[in-house]
Write a protein that binds this ligand. Structure first.
Ligand SMILES: Nc1nc2c(ncn2[C@@H]2O[C@H](COP(=O)(O)OP(=O)(O)OP(=O)(O)O)[C@@H](O)[C@H]2O)c(=O)[nH]1
Ligand code: SF4
Ligand code: SF4
Length: 349
């Protein structure tokens, strides 16, 4: 009787465990970050193309069909994936973005990251089609600097600000303003950005982003993240920690400020819960790793998609890991020696 019961409960546990995607490092995958196009109308100096390893070919208009995108999301949702982030390039280049949104299964949250240029006209239709919120890139409030950072023509910054207002009006909230910090260019504008954010009364969040050092010529723009973190902490009336990447959120004079600090940050990677999908339909286990992608374009059935999702998840590993200290290394060596000796003794017997 007892045996039967314990067998039953372990099966139930197995069933439960099968319903989630967990990588070999115990990190649950609860979100997908899907690039729906590699086209963009800006050329930001820090752009990492969502980790697409296309430096040789450049963005060439790779795009998946709405059917493939929704097929992958539907399958992933069966395994507990509940948050979808659409990105690009610039996702609003897709005229059928609303169709993509409309064919998604029920989810906890659907968001998009956009440069905001085309947002004014689309905010309402995107909301109606099922988009919950947007992140808008806004590194500076100075038109000249905006042009320098993004390569945009004069007048673009004004369009982006109109786009932010329309997103707030349409209820695509909270709108997050993505500010990539660049030493000597915009790192003195954090307070101005907080002042810009405050009147939206919680409907807009300021998201400070550490520059990803993807090219040697960018290293001179890297800010001192630890010093910034310390000063944010000192100024905050409240500090919260998000589950995703263990990102910190600071409440400063009524403004919510989130700090995205991925570089050399093992805690960030240890709490990474998203699998990426590139514009050309490849499942990408990590933003910074380019040789372990899984091609999802050939998948014809839900079973095939499931198999590929499981394969991609099995290839996930944290990019930054804690450095093992000498003492720990010594301990590990001693343990390995002990195990080897015990094994030898056992075979001698
Ligand atoms: N290394 C690394 N950087 C990331 C990751 N996710 C986001 N980032 C960085 O954060 C930037 C902004 O991300 P967004 O596209 O706005 O989305 P998000 O802030 O990650 O997501 P939400 O807070 O849920 O809206 C990206 O361009 C990256 O520079 C990640 O998983 N790994
Ligand atoms: S808007 Fe985004 S995708 Fe376009 S160039 Fe800038 S960072 Fe890259
Ligand atoms: S493992 Fe780290 S670097 Fe890779 S995607 Fe996750 S958070 Fe980014």
């Amino acid at each position: 009787m007892k045996d039967n019961n314990s067998g039953k409960s372990s099966l139930l546990r197995e069933e439960k465990e099968e319903k989630i995607l967990v990588d070999p490092y115990g990190r649950k995958v609860t979100g997908l970050r899907i690039s729906i196009t590699d086209r963009c109308n800006l050329s930001c100096m820090y752009c990492h193309n969502e980790g697409a390893d296309c430096c040789s070919c450049g963005p060439v208009g790779h795009e998946m069909s709405p059917e493939l995108i929704c097929g992958i999301v539907r399958e992933a949702a069966k395994f507990g994936v509940s948050k979808i982030k659409f990105s690009g390039g610039e996702p609003l280049f897709r005229k059928d973005f609303e169709d993509i949104l409309a064919c998604l299964p029920p989810l906890k949250e659907v968001s998009a990251t956009t440069n905001g240029i085309m947002l004014e006209k689309r905010a309402k239709t995107l909301k109606a089609a099922g988009l919950d919120r947007v992140n808008v890139s806004l590194d500076t409030l100075n038109s000249e600097k905006y042009g320098k950072i993004t390569g945009a023509p004069p007048g673009t910054l004004e369009k982006v600000i109109k786009g932010i207002d329309s997103a707030v009006e349409a209820g695509l909230t909270p709108v997050k303003l993505n500010m990539v910090l660049l030493k000597g260019i915009n790192d003195n504008e954090i307070d101005d950005m907080m002042d810009f954010t405050r009147p939206y009364k919680g409907k807009v969040i300021l998201q400070l982003i550490e520059l990803m050092n993807i090219a040697p010529e960018l290293s001179k723009y890297t800010i001192d993240s630890k010093a910034l973190e310390k000063s944010l902490e000192e100024r905050a009336s409240e500090v919260r920690v998000r589950h995703l990447h263990h990102r910190k959120k600071y409440i400063i004079n009524g403004v919510e400020v989130e700090f995205v600090r991925p570089m050399d940050n093992s805690e960030f990677c240890a709490n990474c819960s998203r699998l990426r999908i590139t514009a050309d339909g490849k499942l990408k286990p990590c933003l910074l790793v380019h040789d372990n992608l899984v091609d999802a374009r050939e998948a014809k059935t839900p079973e095939e998609i499931e198999k590929l999702l499981r394969l991609a998840v099995s290839r996930r590993r944290p990019y930054y890991t804690p450095i093992i200290g000498i003492e720990e290394l010594e301990k590990k060596r001693r343990q390995e020696k002990y195990i080897k000796r015990s094994k030898n003794k056992a075979t001698e017997k």
